[in-house]
Design a protein around this ligand. Structure first.
Ligand code: ADP
Length: 486
């Protein structure tokens, strides 16, 4: 199958979260299974700088808001990133430094509607007018709201390839005004609740849901949850009526990048059985030295992620003083996001300098060191479409403490006498979204840590779980086949 992947980020060129990991790993897994996947990304300045030699393979004039942009499609081949990478170069829209979606102050780029409409038009043109006569996309797979309009533009052509749209996080809906709709020359007929109009504005995510042949999301539980008002962000009615057009397919993890037996950021390597206890201790010392916490035998807990309400970081901040009272635990937090959460965590770290280290920013190496060096991993998300960090922590023998939601519920089995007996226990799950429930669950996990037999079994069960991409990639293949086969 020839498949064009369109997304707004991909590891290692540009990544802000799990989307970047998936867009890197899933095409690799599909290529390994014999498909031909090519990836198209916006030509952000930093991506063009890092992508090496680029060929111009197409040039088009594409309307933006009040101006026509001269768009160049650049092509390169980058080790690991699909079999070919296309970059949509529009310097006025993507040539700026910084985060792909937000300005330095955390507020969205004011021209996001224009940026991702022009990008989506270019992707649709690339799918219809392949610059490579030997390669014509049979299917276009788009990811999240930034690519929502691709299927809409493709629907205007009788030659459109099949389309799949994946929701990585429904709470980011690409919502813009009627004024943007008009300025971007979107077809008047689309201004309707049956198409992309949404509560007085329009939503690019809705365009992906409405116009694509298939919609997927990244775990079976989240696929069910988003059909309810609590998790549906006002799309629940639309999603509920989709029936089997909507599927939940669990993400995998990239075992080349996230593997404690070969991870280049670790002080010592290990497997589920081989060297685990000894090497984890070395990694713990390395992590504690890296962040400047005292090296002792106190339990060490980690958190990595965007510091936003979704991730339950406020629950962590609320429970920490009590946890420090009731245990000897130390905690390392890595993340960035909401300025209020950032400053309250930094203030807390000042009050507990021997117990808490907070690193505000993005650090690939520290993320790997935390996964390997901690005893337990905190992931109390209010909702979690799939979540990758809990899977990394399972694979690194660092049992996760999670809320019972979405992909967390699909990957983590709470430790109880029954699950210990049937050898499925791999972490700790709480069922009420509150700081008290998180604290109780964390104390329960610390108690288990003090019982070596049960503890080592829980660690080994997580490490031996099949978490790679192959099973998910096969599931996607089956879905693609349904759309491509006549
Ligand atoms: P989401 O996509 O909602 O942000 P996921 O758990 O699916 O959450 O994926 C997050 C990814 O981003 C993981 O690979 C995680 O390690 C990484 N990540 C998040 N914040 C940071 C950070 N501050 N430094 C390094 N990696 C981070």
């Amino acid at each position: 199958m020839k498949i064009l992947y369109a997304a707004s980020e991909a590891y290692p060129l540009i990544k802000t979260g799990g989307l970047g990991d998936v867009v890197y790993s899933l095409p690799r897994a599909l290529n390994r299974l014999g498909d031909s996947v090519r990836l198209v990304l916006p030509g952000y300045g930093q991506v063009l700088d890092e992508a090496g030699p680029l060929d111009v393979v197409a040039e088009w004039d594409i309307p933006g808001a009040g101006t026509v942009h001269h768009v160049r499609i650049l092509q390169t081949q980058l080790e690991g990133l699909g079999e070919r990478l296309y970059l949509v170069e529009v310097p006025a829209l993507f040539g700026r430094p910084g985060n792909p979606y937000v300005q330095e102050n955390g507020i969205d780029w004011p021209d996001n509607a224009e940026r991702f409409t022009v990008f989506s038009r270019a992707v649709a043109m690339l799918a219809l007018q392949s610059p490579d006569p030997d390669w014509q996309a049979e299917l276009v797979h788009c990811h999240d709201w930034q690519t929502g309009l691709v299927a809409a533009f493709l629907s205007q052509s009788p030659q459109s390839p099949a389309t799949v749209f994946t929701i990585h996080n429904l709470s980011y809906d690409g919502y813009f005004s009627h004024q943007d709709f008009t300025r971007l020359h979107l077809p008047a007929a689309w201004w309707s609740p049956d198409y992309i109009e949404f509560y007085g504005g329009f939503s690019m995510l809705k365009a992906g849901l409405v116009f694509s042949d298939r919609v997927t999301t990244v775990s079976p539980s989240y696929a069910k949850e988003i059909c309810t008002p609590e998790f549906g962000y006002r799309f629940d009615g639309l999603l509920m009526f989709m029936g089997d057009k909507l599927t939940g397919i669990l993400n995998g993890i990239d075992l080349d990048t996230w593997n404690p037996a070969s991870d280049r950021y670790l002080a010592a390597h290990y497997g589920a059985i081989r060297n685990r206890i000894k090497s984890k201790r070395i990694n713990k010392t390395d992590l504690l030295q890296t962040v400047g916490l005292p090296d002792n035998d106190a339990p060490l807990l980690g958190f990595i992620g965007r510091l936003v309400h979704q991730k339950g970081i406020d629950l962590v901040a609320t429970m920490l003083p009590e946890l420090f009272e009731q245990s000897t635990a130390q905690v390392v937090i890595l993340g960035s996001g909401d300025k209020l959460f950032e400053s309250s965590l930094l203030a807390l770290a000042k009050q507990h300098p021997e117990r808490l280290h907070v690193f505000i920013g993005y650090s690939e190496s520290l993320a790997h060191k935390i996964e390997a060096g901690c005893d337990l991993f905190l992931m109390p998300s209010r909702f979690e479409p799939c979540g990758l960090n809990q899977m990394y922590s399972l694979h690194y023998g660092t049992p996760p403490i999670v809320n019972d939601t979405g992909g967390l519920a699909d990957t983590v089995v709470d430790t109880t006498p029954t699950t210990l007996k049937n050898r499925t226990a791999n972490g700790f799950v709480f069922r009420e979204t509150s700081a008290d429930a998180l604290l109780d669950c964390t104390l329960r996990a610390l108690d288990c840590l003090a019982h070596p037999r049960a503890w080592h079994q829980v660690c080994r069960t997580g490490m031996q779980q099949a978490l790679g991409w192959e099973a998910s990639a096969r599931h996607y293949q089956q879905l693609y086949q349904l759309e491509i086969s006549p």
